[in-house]
Design a protein around this ligand. Structure first.
Ligand code: GRF
Length: 209
C-alpha cells in the first residue's frame, strides 16, 4: 500500500478528488495518511477532517525565525511520517532542497498548464491562466510531474489538454482546466505510481510500464 502525504495551501479540490478516487476504488493500493498545510485556514484541512482517518498538521515558514529553521522542521516532520509519496496539491511553499534530495522521485506536483508553457517562477494560480489568455493559445491543460530542484522542471508523468474558448476569463479557464484535466490526471498519476507502472529513465523521461 502506497502511503501518501498531501501538501495543500488552499481549497483542496484536488485533495478531494484524490480522496474520492481512492474511496471509490479507481485509485488502487494507495492510502492518504497525512495532509499538511502551511495555512491553518485552508479549507483543504477541513476536507481531510471531514473524510476522517487522515492526520492533519499545519507548518508554516511564518512561524519560524528564518527559512533554514523552517526547512529543518519540515524535513523532520516528513521524516517522521516517512511517506512513500508526497503529493503537492496546490501547495504554495517552495520545497526545501533537502526535502527534494531525501524524497527524490517521490514528490509529485500538479501544474495548471501544459509544461513547458506558462510555468516556472511566478506562474501559479490565476497568473498561469492570465498568461495563457494573453498569449492567445487555443489549447492549454495540466501537467503532473516529479519535483526536482527547479520550478516545474521535473520529469513529466501525465499531461491532458483543455480547449480555450471564446470569452474565457482566467477564472473560467482555471475552473475548466481543473474539471477536465487536474482532477483526472492527478489521481491517475497516483494510481500509476501506486501500482508500479511509472519509471524514470536516466534521461529523466518517465516511462509507463
Ligand atoms: C490548482 O489550480 C493547482 O493546479 C494549483 O493550485 C490549485 C489548487 O486548487 N497548483 P485546490 O486547492 O486543489 O482546489
Amino acid at each position: 500500500m502506497l502511503r501518501i502525504t498531501v501538501l495543500v495551501s488552499g481549497g483542496g479540490t484536488n485533495l478531494q478528488h484524490i480522496m474520492d478516487r481512492i474511496d471509490d476504488g479507481t485509485v488502487k493500493n494507495a492510502l492518504i495518511t497525512n495532509v499538511i498545510s502551511n495555512n491553518a485556514g485552508a479549507y483543504a484541512l477541513e476536507r481531510a477532517r471531514i473524510h476522517g482517518e487522515i492526520e492533519t498538521d499545519v507548518i508554516s515558514p511564518k512561524s519560524f525565525p528564518d527559512r533554514a529553521s523552517f526547512n529543518k522542521a519540515f524535513l523532520e516532520k516528513l521524516n517522521d511520517i516517512d511517506p512513500d509519496l508526497i503529493v503537492l496539491a496546490g501547495f504554495l511553499v517552495v520545497i526545501p532542497p533537502e526535502v527534494i534530495k531525501r524524497f527524490r522521485n517521490k514528490i509529485i506536483n500538479i501544474h495548471p498548464s501544459l509544461i513547458p508553457s506558462f510555468c516556472g517562477k511566478g506562474y501559479y494560480g490565476l497568473k498561469v491562466h492570465e498568461a495563457a489568455l494573453a498569449r492567445g493559445v487555443k489549447v492549454t491543460g495540466a501537467t503532473v510531474h516529479f519535483v526536482d530542484e527547479g520550478t516545474d522542471t521535473g520529469p513529466i508523468i501525465l499531461q491532458k489538454a483543455v480547449g480555450v474558448e471564446e470569452g474565457d476569463t482566467p477564472e473560467i479557464l482555471q475552473r475548466r482546466v481543473m474539471e477536465e484535466a487536474e482532477w483526472i490526471i492527478l489521481p491517475k498519476a497516483i494510481d500509476l505510481i501506486a501500482n508500479g507502472r511509472v519509471s524514470v529513465g536516466n534521461d529523466r523521461i518517465v516511462h509507463k510500464i
